[in-house]
Design a protein around this ligand. Structure first.
Ligand SMILES: [Fe+2]
Length: 94
């Protein structure tokens, strides 16, 4: 069962709700813009009284783009932030 990919413009939803942008790091694999992959930078967002940035950590372990795992809806960053994914035309497995 695949999940929609996360791609340029899809935000980190943070923790509960503190959205912040994600900077795509690759350019060769596109779906209406670059897809998000492991280690892409999540901009500063808030958890309680902690403001911090992060990077995408949990991604597909089987589907790669430029040798990095592809990020999907509900994948998470290294701080636990949840990633959004609107690329529902492309489903990527675990
Ligand atoms: Fe976070």
């Amino acid at each position: 069962m695949g999940m929609p990919i996360s791609k340029a413009g899809d935000m980190s939803l943070g923790h509960a709700f503190s959205p912040s942008p994600i900077t795509p790091s690759i350019s060769k694999v596109m779906h209406q813009g670059p897809v998000h992959v492991a280690t892409d930078v999540i901009a500063v967002h808030v958890l309680g009284n902690s403001a911090h940035g992060g990077t995408i950590l949990q991604v597909s372990t089987t589907v790669m783009a430029e040798n990095k795992g592809v990020a999907r809806l509900m994948d998470t960053g290294d701080c636990g932030a949840m990633i959004s994914g609107s690329g529902a035309q492309i489903l990527v497995g675990g």
